[in-house]
Design a protein around this ligand. Structure first.
Ligand code: ADP
Ligand code: ZN
Ligand code: ZN
Length: 812
């Protein structure tokens, strides 16, 4: 008999021990019962023969995999994440695995429309498939009951692998599948086809399918194929008819890859010649990799970093190594996928949550089985894929805060975790950006990372010219006609349109107005669940909370002072910018890109595509337009209100503000022509604005790093946040005070707070934050152990009841 320690995909501490009649390899999944009648697929972390049997050890229900689906290096990586980020292994496991690999009682599955399989199904697969054939969604516990299969998980696993059913996250999504079934002729020989038609005289549906197919097939195009779905629509034949034709050896069914998220039709050449600056940078990176594992490529916007990455990837592939290419957001993968696909074809896999769960499981399985898939392009979650021989990790836009996972645990930083992943594989890391994170540049300056600078834009284009407009001054002199646009910005827009060029307008707030206010008593509506003012959305005609998503009807009368029609809007968001632009430039085609206009994948693509192809003249947007997007005909970028970026109570506010302005400015003037940025601000003398004007990162860095040192912030100190949440404000106050006293016993004056964060209530829970700042040379494991012990002690006290506590390591 063997004992197996497993990881359950649940937020629980520690491993769970079960017994098994035979040994099971680490990284295989087993099905275990946990709690009353709930079963889960759990991951084997250890397997051993017990010296003496312990009482009360349950036996596993069954083994799910013959070969491990999680590799030893992954288990090592999970361990690191759970220790460093102070969360449970089960939470890491839950985040790491696509739903189709972490089957449990509550996993919901349904049949895939047009499922077609030539293989024969086992009796339990058949029972499950028949049940699901009604098209409804069932959870696995229901399937066990209704299909009369006591342990349906193995059957469900194999149906998933055969592509007949789909699991969890995919359900209800309207994204098109990555592959579809297409029909092809087994032979295009005339005689054979005539014989086939004769044979089909008594099968009118099959005949109709064949003749329809032939009518669609261009002459001579023997390899012609068409989607099975389309053929059925056109011919009125059903799946059974197609199956009949396959059995008669007339048709062939194949799966065809679709790559749903890639930009279409753009011409990209596979082989680009690097310019001189790029060649030099490439050589310097290679040289730096001789000595250092991590190198920063600091290349200004539009310097052509992507082309350098492509050369580095090609080198790795030639050496038989894998490459992970990380981007901070799904939105950015689209343009780059097209580019990479042109060069690497089938060897590229794209991995993020806009792909269905089955597709993600497919990528995972093919990597475990070591088939194809040498380059992975994805967002932070791709660090969890089963790499076998990783040679290089590229972290593009490494400065982006969206690399940090906020909720739920594990609250990891994608860039930092990727660096650890690379070290497990002894792979190199290239961090790329035009605006390095302060921490990263600090590491490069003191020699921990290699540093390669690329200051030339492709085709020696000049960096955009920045024209600062002082809106405070204009208002004082009453020159601002519109509340939003300076005369300078409007004049430059006119000029751009005269030359047939495009304009981007940046405003980092969505909605029509950030809040409403009573003009009589200054009362303003707030969310019932959160400590946040409600944003007015004119188009949707409602007030909405950007923290919990709750919506409320628009108010006209003030509920506080009972004044009639006294509610007015204050400030402006992208919606209002759009409305004013429509009035100022009638006839211009306008697109707006923010969270509200890009809820579906389609709309996002349409906006980008429309602007790229010149179907729209003006693109208005939030920070969504600031990142990595590459448009040819944008000559002017308007930054409508730069100050709001800096006025936040956060030590990173200046860094973020600088990065955002520099990145947005970088969108101006690509391809052959220097761009112009009109930057509206009430504080033109601020050092950050000055640094942006001169595109002087170093100047900004020097000022910022000095402040970080003075005020004891990263990279000189490490920060941990202990977050407490509770429904009862008073009780929360008491218990956070108590916890801070406990923490001071171990950490002394390194503990700050508890404080009320700027947003002190979210989704009906009040929030308190305790900050722990530790010296950089303090041992992380000692810090964590002390913190863990204190929290364990706290959790045993009455005062901690109904208070939720979690730790955020290196918060962003
Ligand atoms: P970055 O990521 O550094 O901002 P990109 O990689 O997006 O810059 O490159 C900017 C533009 O210049 C892209 O349109 C790209 O295709 C083009 N480009 C860059 N390098 C070359 C090259 N060597 N030859 C031709 N076009 C290039
Ligand atoms: Zn009022
Ligand atoms: Zn809310």
């Amino acid at each position: 008999m063997f004992y197996i320690d497993v990881i359950l995909p649940l937020p629980l501490a520690g491993l769970f021990t079960y017994s098994a009649p035979t040994a099971v390899e680490r990284g295989c999944r087993v099905i275990v019962q946990f709690g009353a009648k709930k079963f889960y697929s759990a991951i084997v972390a250890e397997c051993y023969e017990p010296k003496e049997p312990k009482p009360g050890i349950k036996e596993i229900t069954s083994v799910l995999d013959e070969q491990p689906v999680i590799l030893p290096s992954q288990l090592q990586f999970w361990d690191w994440i759970s220790i460093y980020y102070m969360c449970h292994l089960g939470e890491v496991c839950k985040a790491a695995l696509p739903a189709a690999l972490k089957l449990e009682s509550a996993t919901r599955v349904s049949v895939i429309e047009e499922a077609y399989c030539e293989e024969r199904l086992s009796p339990s697969e058949t029972k499950i498939f028949d049940l699901l054939s009604d098209g409804k969604i069932y959870d696995i516990a229901e399937i066990a009951r209704k299909a009369g299969v006591s342990n349906p998980i193995p059957g469900i696993r194999s149906l998933l692998e055969k592509g007949l059913i789909a699991a969890d996250e995919q359900l209800g999504s309207n994204f098109s599948p990555k592959s579809e079934t297409v029909v092809r002729l087994r032979t295009a020989n005339e005689e054979d086809l005539h014989a086939a038609m004769d044979q089909l005289r008594r099968a009118p549906k099959q005949l109709s399918a064949l003749t329809t197919f032939l009518s669609q097939m261009p002459t001579g195009a023997e390899a012609f194929s068409m989607p099975a779905k389309k053929l059925m629509e056109l011919s009125g034949a059903n799946a059974a008819a197609l199956k009949g034709l396959v059995e008669k050896n007339i048709f062939l069914l194949e799966k065809k890859e679709m790559y749903p998220l890639e930009g279409k039709g753009s011409e990209v050449s596979a082989d680009v010649q690097l310019n001189g600056h790029q060649q030099r940078a490439l050589a310097q990176i290679e040289e730096s990799f001789q000595e250092k594992n991590i190198t920063l490529l600091h290349g200004v916007t539009s310097s052509g970093k992507t082309e350098i990455y492509i050369k580095l990837i090609a080198e790795q592939l030639a050496a038989g190594k894998q490459v992970l290419y990380l981007l901070p957001e799904i939105a950015l993968t689209m343009q780059i996928t097209t580019r990479l696909r042109a060069v690497f074809g089938e060897r590229l896999a794209v991995y993020h949550s806009r792909f269905t769960d089955n597709e993600r499981a497919e990528v995972w399985n093919s990597m475990v089985k070591d088939k194809g898939c040498q380059v992975v392009l994805g967002v932070r979650s791709s660090i969890f894929l089963p790499f076998r021989n990783l040679g290089l990790v590229i972290v593009d836009e490494e400065h982006e805060a969206s690399y940090k996972q906020q909720d739920p645990a594990p609250r990891y930083h994608g860039r930092n975790a990727a660096i650890v992943l690379a070290s497990i594989h002894q792979a190199k890391v290239l961090l790329g950006t035009a605006t390095p994170a302060i921490e990263t540049y600090f590491n490069a300056m003191n020699g921990k990372y290699g540093l390669v600078e690329l200051h030339q834009r492709h085709e020696s284009l000049d960096m955009p010219l920045i024209q600062v407009v002082n809106t405070k001054e204009l208002r004082r002199k009453k020159i601002m006609k519109s509340a939003i646009f300076s005369p300078q910005l409007l004049a430059e827009m006119e000029r751009a349109f005269e030359k047939g060029e495009q304009v981007m307008l940046f405003r980092n707030r969505r909605g029509f107005a950030p809040y409403m206010e009573c003009k009589a008593c200054a009362w303003s509506p707030k969310c019932h669940n959160c400590d946040v003012s409600l944003t007015y959305h004119k188009y949707a005609n409602l007030l909405s909370c950007h923290y919990c998503g709750a919506t409320y009807p628009v108010l006209h009368d003030c509920p506080s002072c009972q004044s009639k029609d006294s509610m007015v809007v204050v400030g402006f968001g992208t919606e209002r910018v759009e409305e004013e632009i429509m009035e100022l430039f009638p006839g211009k085609r306008i697109a707006r890109m923010d969270l509200d206009t890009t809820r579906s994948k389609k709309s996002y693509e349409q906006i980008i595509d429309g602007f790229a192809k010149g179907k729209t003249d003006i693109l208005i947007g939030t920070q969504m337009i600031s990142k990595g997007l590459d448009f040819d005909k944008v000559s002017l970028v308007g930054i409508i209100q730069a100050d709001s970026l800096f006025n936040q109570p956060d030590f990173r506010a200046h860094e973020r503000g600088f990065q955002m302005l520099e990145q947005v400015s970088g969108r101006a003037g690509r391809k052959h022509k220097r761009g112009l940025v009109v930057l509206q601000t009430t504080n033109p003398d601020s050092q950050i604005i000055q640094a942006v004007c001169e595109h002087d990162y170093l100047r900004f860095y020097k000022k910022e790093i000095a402040e970080r040192e003075t005020f004891k912030y990263p990279p000189f100190y490490r920060i941990l946040h202990v977050i407490l949440r509770g429904k009862d404000r008073l009780k929360l106050g008491e218990s956070s005070e108590y916890l801070s006293v406990l923490l001071r016993r171990s950490f002394g004056n390194r503990v700050l707070g508890p404080i009320e964060p700027p947003v002190a209530k979210v989704q009906t829970l009040f929030i308190r934050r305790i900050i722990i700042k530790t010296e950089c040379n303090a041992s992380p494991s000692v810090v964590r152990e002390q913190l863990r012990n204190t929290l364990d002690y706290f959790n045993l006290q009455d005062i901690s009841k109904s208070i939720l506590v979690h730790v955020d390591v290196d918060p962003m």
